[in-house]
Ligand binder design. Sequence first.
Ligand code: PXP
Length: 237
Amino acid sequence: MTKLSVNINKIATIRNARGGNMPDVLKAAIDCELFGAQGITVHPRPDERHIRYSDVYEIRPMIHTEFNIEGNPEPKFIDLVLDVKPHQVTLVPDAHDVLTSNSGWDTKRHKDFLRDVIGTFKNAGIRTSVFIDPDVEMVKHAAETGTDRIELYTEAYAAHYFVDRIKAIAPYLEAAKAANAAGLGINAGHDLDLNNLWYLNRMIPGLLEVSIGHALISEALYMGLEKTIGLYLQQLR
Ligand code: PXP
């Protein structure tokens, strides 16, 4: 079964709006696991407007499934990851001023840099994943960085799902085939929700994990975290 990793950044965003500890990010992480999520994802950004670096340290010992830290591998981020030692680090080329991640790596252009950083993380026993667009060339170059996995950036799939899902999934199928041929594990994430998840999961061969934040936390406002996570897990079965 494809694993569900819940991205809890949005809970921190709500907490940060008032400066106190409501909602409690640590409790949310523990509860997501309790309700069946097979992983927790955090995405600390340099300005700490969502998850704070201190949250990452607090959450780490409480996670018994898979802890995934994603972000741009700047020196401060690299130090954090090496210190916290999550199960997986996902490298994302997000600029400081973007609202959310808005592109994958150019793995050809940044190959040497990625190879260096990935080597550092792998030497520390941390599995690596590289966030990329569904582009066969990018997959092939990603394989040469030594990464364990890729994370397919699913924004374009989600945006076109209701227009023409066969067309929307096509580049992801090609990218997934190239990844399978290169021996890379496949994760996926961004803009996945209760409508579009099942089809992606059914169509992508060897999909190991999805990380989902915005839609899942938003839906939980109506249905509660436990029911919402249960519905996502159903889509992945
Ligand atoms: N994967 C990556 C690399 C991301 O940056 C994000 C957003 O932080 C996600 C997955 C989750 O996206 P969403 O919040 O749209 O579910």
